[in-house]
Each structure stands twice: as C-alpha cells, then as structure tokens.
Design a protein around this ligand. Structure first.
Ligand code: AMO
Length: 590
C-alpha cells in the first residue's frame, strides 16, 4: 500500500469531507458499467461508499476499473462530491455522496468466490464454515460481532467499576465436573498423563476467593465434549463471576444491574428491575421446564382431580399409578376439527403417547373424542381445576407420570406459542429460577448425582432430610425461555464438601485424589463465596435474534464438532504419537 494513507472508512464519509480529497480502502462490493462511467460500491467494515470512475478525472484509473471484479481489494483517492438528486440512495448513510476517483491501486485480486455474500446465509453450512472469512465479510455478520464486542466491553466496564479484577485461569488443567465429558490433552513430559480442558473455571475461581481476591471475573473459554445443538458448542465463552462474603441477595441484584447496564449501553433501554423470581418447583408446575419462557401465558394446569372418579381406562391407569393429568387452556381461537386432531400428532412429536382435546360450546356441550364418557358434572369438575372455561375454550390434556407429562406439556406450550404467534417480537424477558434440587437419582448409573455441580452449597437443614428433598443454593437466570446463566453459593467448609462427595458416591480416596486440593484449601481459611456464569454466545444469539450460537461465534464447529476450514480434528504423525508415548489401536489407524 505504497503512497496511500487511508484517511477515512467508507461508511464514515460525511459532509465534512465534501469537496475534499480522501483516500479510502476496501473490497469491491459491486461493479456497474454504464458505458463511459464505471460505478463501484466499495465496502469496508464501516459500510459502503460509491466510487465513480470517469475518464475525464483519470483515464488510468478508468482503465484499471475495467479489470475490477467482486472482492478485489483496492485503495482509491479522489474528491467527495454530492450525487445528482436522481441518483441519491436513501438506504445508505453515505448515499448522497460519491467519490470521483483520481487514482487507484489494486492491493489484491480475488478469484470468483465459492459463494457470493448475498448467497452466504443460504449455502450449506459446511461450505459456509469452510470459507468463514468470506461469510464474515457480510455486513450483517460484521454487525453481530460489533454487538458482541460492545456487550463484552460494557460488561468489563461495569465490573471494573464495581471493583472486580479480571483474571485468566489455566486452559491445561484437571477435570472440573460440570456434567459433561471433557476434552483431554496428552502430556509429553509425563507420558501416560493427560490435562483436561476446563468445562468452566469453577475451581480456579473458588480458589481465587481463598486467595483473598474477593471479586473475580473472566471472559472464559470453556470446553465440553457434549452433543452440539443450536445453543451448545463444544467450545464456548462465559462471563464468569465469583465474589466473597456474599449470599443470594448480593449476587442476584449485581447481575441484574450488570444486565441493566448492558441494555442501557446497547439499546438505551431501562430494563425494569428486579427480574421476577420463581422456584424450580413453581417453574416446573406452571411451565413444565426449568427455563420458562414468560413472554406468553398458557400455563400448565393440573386437571387430575376432575378425573378422580373417571372410568376412562387410560386415565384411570395413570391416576392409579400416582400419575397426573395436566392441561393447557387455549381461549379466543377458532379451531377446525382438523386443527384439533393435528395437535394430537404434534404432541406425539413432543414425546406424548396421546393427547386428549375438549372443546366447550355455547350450550354447555363438550366436544371431545371421549365426550360420551364424561359425567354430567364434568364442566363443574374441570372448572374447579381450570378456571375461566368459556364457550370457545379448548383444553388439551396429557396424562402420565408427573415429570414426563409436564415436560411434554411444556414442549407443547412452546409449539403452540410458535404456531399461533403468541410471542410478540423484540421482547427481552428475564427471570430467575431458584431452589433447584441439589441431587438427582441417575437411574442408569443407579446412583445419586449433583444437579448443578458438587461445589454448590445445599440449603440449611440438608443433613437431616431425605437426599431427594435437599435443595441447592443455586439459581439460573433465564432469558426468553433460554438458560442464560447459572450459579450458586458454594460450600466453603471441608466437612460439608466431603459429605456432599460421599452423597454422590465418590469414595474418600477418589475425593482426595481428585479434589484433595479443594478439601485442604477449605481447611486453610476459605471465605464464604458464590458466583455465576453467563453464556455469552447465548446472550448474543438472543440479542441478535439469531437461532443458533454458531451465528455469533466467529469460528464455530459444525454440529458434528468439525472445523471445515482448518479441518480439525486431524490426524497426527506416528512420530508425534511416539513423543507422547501413545499408540493408536489398529482398528482406528485404518
Ligand atoms: P453452567 O454449566 O450452568 O454453569 O454454565 C453456565 C452457562 O454457560 C452456558 N453454556 C453453554 N453455552 C454454549 N455451549 C455450551 N456447551 C454451554 N454449556 C453451558 C449457558 C449456561 O447457563 N461453573 C458454573 C457456573 C457457576 O456455578 O458459577 C457453570 O459453568 O448459558
């Protein structure tokens, strides 16, 4: 780039540059040849600027312009002039000016791209990710990453203002149980030994509290070898926070203020605080989920008692086994018979064995596949469980074991909201879910396991109640039905920690070999502490209205954990394996 010095970015050209000579750089976004005149839309990160090549300004530049193709990288200089009124482009911030090009240098050429920027959003994801650097040239993508940067910057600004220190914790580390499988890295110096990549910096941040750092945060890379989904990647980023001498009433308002600060900075919106709170039990019983989407109603209601005396064998069987019947009440909607039957199939997709619908008519008649078997008192009975049943109301019922039936109803609730557009756009609905169970029984492994992680403090009184009833001092923050973040008040006492390890079936020896450093630290002046981590990728996904975190991660993996650009994971040579003292099984080698 000899002889040129960029004076301004394309999208930032404004009236102060009028009639002045500027030097700009960028990519050829579009070229239009109008006989004698050639127009180029030049693009850089800031936007577009129209260039005009006219032989009257420079024959050399005009000749060069003939050879320009899409995505050539060029730098030009010339005078900024006003466009004629009929050529003004109101959709572009720079649309009332153009640059009369006097000189041009081609900084680099480009072959025909594997896909155009307009096509990028629709091409096969493997191809899109193979050429991610081209995909990222799109203005839409650039805006997402600008937002991501601004959000992270605002988080840092807020937390520094609150006295937090930013840390980096090791990436080559030891197993941190967060419920997923970990990625392991062989050690060359200690053959046969492996580092684990952190599922989160959980233990390091706790140990920083033992170090007296009091307020920690990190924009932390986390690694989990778990199934990739739209809101999960094997490698992702958290805003990770930990504080000493706190309880729930300190950390939750702090997180609310942090989010309030970010929303004010990004959208100039004052989010109403505090965010609503509900217990895990309340969330599950009303929404069939621990991450309820509160942007619409349609709560699940328990209709079991309306069927207490039912002779309908499939309901009777469920109730006799201690199961329940849950319902969704939909009002103010026109239904055809096929709409109603259609939901039976959709319920099967949500995991249900069946779905029972009932439509309530003006004359008190109840239309339903089972109407013949309903007692005369049924309208009265069901109204006691589900209030406000009116002519036109429809009730969808699912029967089964409480957890199964309610989870299905929760999915059905979301499917109905989607189908009937119950969610108004551009809403940000935050809430807290608290009082999670501490342990759950893993039927497959036939043993108790932790729900959050084993460093979470149980609620007071836990030592004298049944293990399944113990609640954790854990809380999740939910945004629009997505688990945005989770955290807890931690155990800081070695005896309590040892007991929790014991309750999840970790022998004393295993606990000592895996977490001896923690148990020891807890005996060496560990202060009470707690914290939380917010999934930054999920946050940006929701803020940009995209449907997958892959849209807001610069270089994500495919759903099959593959990076088509660098082609990772990849094989290593036998010599490398030897360095690590490793040998592949013959079967894998072929
Ligand atoms: P947790 O496991 O709940 O807590 O994770 C916190 C948040 O991280 C995000 N997240 C993910 N994002 C993308 N891909 C994934 N595979 C993935 N897994 C989790 C979610 C989630 O809410 N150490 C604790 C935090 C604490 O207790 O302070 C932890 O990691 O948004």
């Amino acid at each position: 780039m000899q002889g040129f010095q960029r004076t301004v970015s394309c999208g930032l050209v404004n009236e102060t540059f009028l009639n002045k000579t500027i030097h700009i750089c960028g990519w050829v976004n579009k070229r239009r040849d109008h006989g004698g005149l050639i127009f180029i839309d030049l693009r850089d990160r800031s936007g577009l600027m129209q260039l005009v090549f006219n032989p009257a300004f420079s024959t050399a530049a005009h000749t060069t312009a003939h050879s320009l193709r899409s995505e050539f990288v060029i730098t030009v200089s010339g005078k900024v002039v006003e466009r004629t009124s009929d050529t003004v482009n109101k959709d572009l911030p720079t649309g009332i000016w153009e640059l009369q090009v006097e000189s041009i240098e081609i900084l680099n050429k480009s072959k025909v791209l594997p896909f155009t920027l307009e096509e990028a959003a629709d091409v096969d994801e493997e191809l899109r990710l193979k050429y991610r650097y081209i995909d990222l040239r799109r203005i839409e993508m650039q805006e997402r990453f600008k937002l991501r940067h601004n959000v992270i910057f605002a988080m840092r600004e807020f937390l520094a203002g609150q006295g937090f220190y930013e840390f980096e914790t090791p990436i080559l580390t030891k197993n941190t149980p967060e419920g997923a499988r970990e990625f392991i890295v062989p050690s060359r110096i200690y053959p046969g030994n492996f580092y684990a990549l952190p599922q989160s910096p959980q233990l390091y941040k706790q140990l920083l509290m033992a170090s007296g750092m009091e307020k920690y945060f990190q924009i932390a890379r986390c690694f989990r070898d778990e199934d990739s989904r739209t809101d999960r990647q094997p490698e992702f980023t958290q805003l990770d926070i930990e504080m000493s001498f706190i309880n729930e009433a300190d950390i939750q308002p702090l997180i609310e203020k942090l989010i309030h600060f970010v929303w004010k900075k990004i959208y100039n919106i004052e989010l109403p605080l505090p965010f609503p709170r509900m217990t895990y039990k309340e969330a599950f019983s009303s929404y069939g989920s621990d991450k309820p989407d509160l942007r619409f109603g349609l709560k699940i209601q328990d209709a079991s008692s309306a069927f207490a005396k039912t002779e309908l064998s499939f309901l009777r069987a469920v109730l006799d086994k201690g199961g329940r019947i849950g319902g969704l009440h939909v009002e103010n909607r026109e239904w055809s018979r096929s709409d109603l039957d259609g939901w039976v199939d959709k319920a099967t997709d949500c995991g249900a064995k069946g779905l029972l619908w009932m439509r309530f008519k003006e004359d008190g008649v109840i239309e339903s596949p089972v109407s013949k078997f309903l007692p005369a008192t049924f309208l009265h009975d069901i109204s006691a469980c589900i209030p406000n049943i009116k002519p036109g109301s429809v009730i969808f019922l699912v029967a089964g074991a409480y957890k199964d039936a309610w989870e299905i109803l929760g999915r059905l609730r979301l499917a109905m909201a989607k189908e009937y557009n119950l969610i108004a756009p551009n809403q940000f609905n935050f809430s807290w879910v608290t009082d999670f169970p501490m342990f759950e029984y893993d039927e497959k492994a036939k043993q108790w396991t932790f729900v959050h992680h084993p460093f979470t403090s149980p609620q007071p009184g836990w030592e004298s109640i049944a293990q399944g009833d113990v609640q954790a001092r854990a809380y999740d923050i939910i945004l629009n039905g997505v688990e945005l973040g989770g955290g807890s008040i931690r155990i800081h006492d070695s005896a309590a920690q040892a007991k929790v390890f014991d309750m999840i079936g970790l022998s004393k020896e295993d606990a000592l070999s895996r977490f001896g450093f923690l148990l020891e630290a807890q005996e060496l002046g560990f202060p009470p502490h707690g914290g939380l981590a917010i999934g930054i990728d999920r946050l940006i996904m929701l803020m940009t209205g995209t449907t997958s975190i892959r849209e807001v991660i610069a270089f994500p993996k495919t759903q099959r954990f593959h990076d088509p650009m660098m082609e990772s994971p990849s094989k290593v040579t036998d010599a490398q394996l030897k360095d690590y003292g490793l040998k592949l099984q013959a079967k894998i080698q072929q």
